[in-house]
Design a binder for this molecule. Structure first.
Ligand SMILES: [Zn+2]
Length: 559
């Protein structure tokens, strides 16, 4: 793959690596040469050292793996960046431990208008459901709220509910609920964004959540100081990506404001990751509002900052019974969930967005949601003709035998998150596995089944829902165990898992001929790891750390 080095001084070379190109034509190499943001050669150390000139930077990989930069195909940059400053409650169990964490944190934020915790398990108090009274016992005088890892449920203390004006409850749109107690007051559990929005807005991060909550723009216009602060949140999030070896981000919430902030950072110092920001279509919008999505696609279409996608939520999550199922929940036999769109409303949206040439990505967790979304894509294909649309279904936590082959038939991407299956990483088995019920376990989080049926399976973290680290995701995919012995094995090989975070991510953004593999002429997006990932035991994969991240030929992270 190498050409002669004479006259081709590289900007940067990586030598002494175990290069995994993810390119079947040339799977392994020792070294890579980079110039003007592109890979100019891949090959043996000797062949690459020919590109070394007096100004060439040399990176010694010291026998560690060199991979294409990770492509994070489903995440939330703005809220993730903001949450890096919140109280982290992942892994906390029991009242005592929760109390200690909150009481230790509160004094460190004396000026916070609302104290916010992140990542608390639905089962933090075992089988007892969290109420405002538990939180009042921990922190009575200051407003406090905390979010489940999936970000679909929050719990708030009385002070927070009072300040937000929802202690007496409030009528909300479908799928959203302020859980009420027998005493006629809010119990403290807030299901979905409309329910917890008023509480979270008091944290002063309402602009951060706009891309997720309404898809709209800040109103009033942020002051210069607010815009500065928001750019810093974005920078913090981008740096977090770079330090985890990520070079491309497919964001799954968005608005024009996020694109503007990123464009400002790009103009000031350049972006450390390539970012795609979607237009978020909500169920209260009308189809003419897709004009804005088309406008965003037209204005932002570079390799660094782009749009061109419509993000939609069709349902909620299993743990709060808001995911839409074909058959009733195993632990709630009269209930199948409530969709955020009617099937016809979604079909109309899919047809209209597809006609504009936009890509569609839909959060669909229950098998009922997955089916309705596939129906919408099928209707779009019938109405507008078959094209290379690469529409996506996000999460697919449960699916059905009849829908599995439709992914390949319709050319739809299965976007899945190895950290999400209960028991795979941070999420406990309960309550999720009981909600699903053993009859549906064989087709729950069924990456292998979908891949074997010909679907493109792309991997991601959904950060900040799960830790962003792609290596943890790769480990979770490799180590995946069935919940019952009779369930099919859904695990991936190491190479398949890496492909899910590289070439499949590139495919998901129509860029598989420019990135996602290491090949001469492709973008110089790569990550050097601390160890040889192929010769690391699966149980030790989490010890493999990014040492150097390179995006567009620039070093964006150095351990
Ligand atoms: Zn998400």
């Amino acid at each position: 793959m190498s050409v002669t080095g004479a006259g081709h001084n590289a900007d940067l070379i990586v030598i002494n690596g175990r290069v995994l190109t993810i390119d079947d034509d040339n799977p392994t190499a020792e070294a890579v040469a980079v110039k003007d943001g592109a890979i100019i050669a891949i090959g043996s150390r000797a062949s690459i050292e020919e590109f070394k000139g007096p100004a060439t930077k040399v990176i010694d990989a010291k026998g560690g793996s060199v991979l294409p930069g990770f492509i994070e195909a489903h995440m939330h940059l703005f809220s993730g960046g903001a949450e890096l400053a919140h109280l982290q409650l992942t892994g906390i169990h029991g009242f005592e431990a929760l109390q200690k964490a909150i009481r230790d944190y509160a004094p460190t934020r004396p000026d916070a208008k609302m104290l916010v915790g992140q990542g608390v398990d639905y089962t933090v108090l075992g089988s007892e459901r969290v109420t405002r009274h538990h939180l009042d016992a921990i922190l009575p005088d200051r407003p406090f709220c905390m979010a489940a890892p999936d970000h679909h449920t929050m719990w708030a203390n009385t002070k927070a509910l009072e300040m937000a004006g929802i202690l007496q409850g409030r009528t909300l749109g479908p799928g959203n609920e302020i859980v009420m107690d027998d005493d006629g007051l809010a119990a403290g559990e807030l299901r979905e964004g409309e329910a917890f929005g008023p509480v979270l807005d008091l944290a002063g991060e309402s602009r951060v959540r706009l891309g997720l909550s309404t898809g709209g723009e800040p109103d009033p216009m942020p002051t210069a100081a607010e815009r500065d602060a928001d750019r810093d949140i974005m920078r913090r999030g981008l740096a977090w990506c770079a330090r985890h070896g990520i070079t491309s981000i497919q964001n799954m919430d968005g608005n024009l404001y996020q694109l503007e902030l990123l464009a400002e950072i790009e103009a000031e110092e350049g972006l450390p990751c390539r970012v795609k920001i979607p237009f978020h279509y909500k169920n209260f919008m009308t189809l003419d509002m897709l004009d804005k999505a088309s406008g965003m696609a037209e204005s932002y279409n570079s390799e660094w900052l782009s749009s061109g996608m419509v993000k939609v939520f069709y349902d909620g999550v299993l743990d709060s019974w808001t995911a839409v199922m074909v058959e009733p929940y195993a632990d709630r036999p009269d209930w199948v969930g409530e969709p955020l769109f009617t099937p016809q409303q979604f079909i109309d949206l899919a047809v209209a967005a597809d006609r504009r040439g936009l890509q569609i990505a839909v959060h669909s967790i229950g098998d009922g949601a997955v089916r309705a979304v596939l129906d919408g894509y099928e209707a779009a294909q019938k109405a507008n003709g078959k094209r290379d649309s690469r529409h996506r279904v996000e999460h697919i936590e449960v699916t059905t035998t009849s829908d599995v082959p439709r992914f390949a038939e319709l050319g739809v991407i299965a976007s899945m998150q190895p950290p999400h299956p209960p028991g795979a990483m941070d999420f406990p088995l309960e309550p999720t596995v009981s909600r699903i019920g053993p009859a549906r376990w064989p087709l729950s989080y069924a990456w292998r089944t979908l891949k074997d049926a010909g679907a493109h399976v792309v991997f991601a973290s959904d950060w900040p829902v799960s830790p962003i680290d792609p290596i943890l995701g790769i480990q979770a995919a490799v180590l995946r165990k069935p919940w019952a012995e009779s369930d099919p094995d859904q695990s991936f090989s190491l190479h398949e898992a890496i492909a899910g975070y590289t070439i499949e991510g590139a495919y998901a953004e129509f860029a598989e001929h420019r990135k996602g593999t290491l090949r001469s002429g492709y973008m110089a997006d790569l990550v050097v790891l601390s160890m040889d990932i192929e010769n690391t035991a699966p149980a030790d994969l989490h010890k493999v750390r990014p040492v150097t991240t390179i995006c567009g030929g620039k070093i964006t992270y150095q351990a």
